[in-house]
Design a protein around this ligand. Structure first.
Ligand code: MLT
Length: 247
């Protein structure tokens, strides 16, 4: 078995992705918001790389069931119906809708992992279900990648801690000497450092502090709720949808 963590998607090569199962983490807030939307009945989310592309795609689809969602500098993009807050993804807002989504780091990280054999979105809110699927991918001789969205191409504490929690859940307490890369070891060390309380690393992180400063403290607290949106979010053929059957 081989379990690798990448602290950012930068430098991921097609060869590293090919044949691999990948879990992408942007706990503050993109993957949390995606899980919230799917848990509340969204039909699908389509991650795209820019505001312009989101507007174009929504216009091309041209349906009342399409909503534009996303942020720039953490705030809702002007003219979009939704931002990137998991708390906005209520059943009333998203049931039956397809969300075209663009965010600063999270949607780009998902797009960077196209080419893997299976890609899923992970966060605290779906950790248990994600870990179950990740364990399947790892046994008996599988190769699992956990890719953090990071922040502006650099390490982010919130995602790295979440990667450690996912790795720990997958490994079930084992600390293998072989088959894990240095970033996986470091992410497991972060879990030892911060313990089980998600709020600490999330609110200490730069992303968390920035969200709190901008008035999104409740989003940070929501992202810290373990298994709050227990869905397996599968990114496949450009869409993130519920994976209700083994994939
Ligand atoms: C991102 O993709 O960078 C974000 O999820 C930022 C945010 O909205 O908190």
């Amino acid at each position: 078995m081989k379990l690798d963590v990448h602290f950012t998607p930068a430098g991921l090569s097609p060869a590293e992705l090919q044949g691999r199962t990948v879990f992408v983490i942007d706990i503050l807030r993109a993957t949390t918001a995606m899980c919230a939307a799917l848990a509340h009945g969204a039909r699908a989310l389509i991650p795209v790389g820019s505001t312009e592309e989101a507007l174009r795609l929504a216009q091309t689809i041209g349906s009342d069931d399409v909503l534009l969602a996303g942020e720039t500098h953490c705030e809702r993009i002007p003219g979009f119906q939704l931002g990137n807050s998991p708390l906005e993804m209520t059943e009333a807002a998203v049931r039956g809708k397809t969300l075209v989504v663009t965010t600063t780091n999270g949607t780009r990280a998902l797009l960077a992992c196209q080419g893997a054999s299976a890609v899923f979105a992970a966060c605290a809110a779906n950790l248990t279900v994600a870990a179950e699927r990740a364990r399947e991918a790892l046994e008996p001789d599988g190769h699992l990648l956990i890719v953090c969205a990071g922040r502006a191409g650099a390490f982010s504490l919130d995602d790295a801690y979440c990667a450690g929690r996912l790795a720990k859940a997958v490994l079930g307490g084992r600390r293998p000497r072989r088959g894990v890369n240095d970033a996986a070891i470091a992410s497991l060390d972060l879990v030892r450092r911060y313990g089980d309380r998600w709020e600490r690393p999330l609110s200490y992180s730069r992303a968390g502090r920035e969200l709190i400063r901008l008035g999104f403290r409740d989003d940070v607290l929501d992202a810290a709720r373990l298994d709050a949106y227990p869905v397996l979010a599968h990114f496949h053929e450009r869409r993130v949808t519920l994976a209700s059957v083994p994939v």
